[in-house]
Design a binder for this molecule. Structure first.
Ligand code: AMP
Length: 182
């Protein structure tokens, strides 16, 4: 099994973010679950990769050819796959994994997370989407989703597509038990 991890290319200003990224990497490696991610060495994404590698787990990075320098590619990962562009990157990251996890991050992470959720809504994939809500980072985003449900733009059933946890171990356990066929 592999999980696709979306995470900030920065580490944030508070220490719980980095700690959670490391714990997530350790939790995945301990269960023999591989990581597919954007291939960067910086920020929370780099820390997840480092933690998995330190625990002898598998890390696959998917990165567009032209972005190696700009995105500080991680040279120590198990496998680095070069693709043509950002769309191919996201498509392949999703194909190689059977679930998604988003850690705290910025615009890139939001965009990846919302694509995973909206494609689940459209049944383009049937893979569980986990949100690691470290130190309440995603509370405002979850409030926005609630607001959108109340205002009639998002079906209430969206809640079934997103698994929210503050603790990395608990999130991995819930996702591993929630594999949906197809
Ligand atoms: P952000 O949240 O804006 O920092 O963007 C992080 C997300 O976008 C990651 O999950 C990556 O898939 C992608 N991404 C953004 N910056 C990088 C980078 N420097 N290296 C690799 N992937 C990146």
């Amino acid at each position: 099994m592999r999980i696709c991890v979306f995470a900030g290319s920065r580490s944030g200003t508070r220490s719980p973010y980095l700690a959670a990224a490391r714990e997530l990497g350790q939790a995945l490696a301990r269960r023999g679950i591989g990581v597919v991610y954007g291939g960067g060495g910086a920020g929370l994404m780099g820390s997840v990769a480092d933690a998995v590698l330190a625990a002898r787990g598998e890390v696959i990075g998917v990165m567009p050819r032209g972005l190696f320098a700009a995105e500080a590619v991680h040279r120590g990962i198990t496998r680095l796959i070069e693709v043509e562009g950002m769309h191919q990157r996201k498509a392949l990251m999703g194909e190689l994994a059977s679930a998604f996890i988003a850690l705290p991050g910025g615009m890139g992470t939001f965009e990846e997370l919302f694509e995973a959720i909206s494609w689940a809504q459209l049944s383009i994939h049937h893979k569980p989407v986990g949100l690691l809500d470290v130190a309440g980072y995603y509370r405002p985003l979850l409030s926005l989703v609630d607001h959108a449900v109340k205002e009639g733009f998002v079906p209430e059933a969206v809640g079934e597509l997103i698994t929210v946890e503050g603790d990395p171990e608990a999130l991995v356990d819930r996702l591993a038990g929630r594999q949906r066929p197809g």
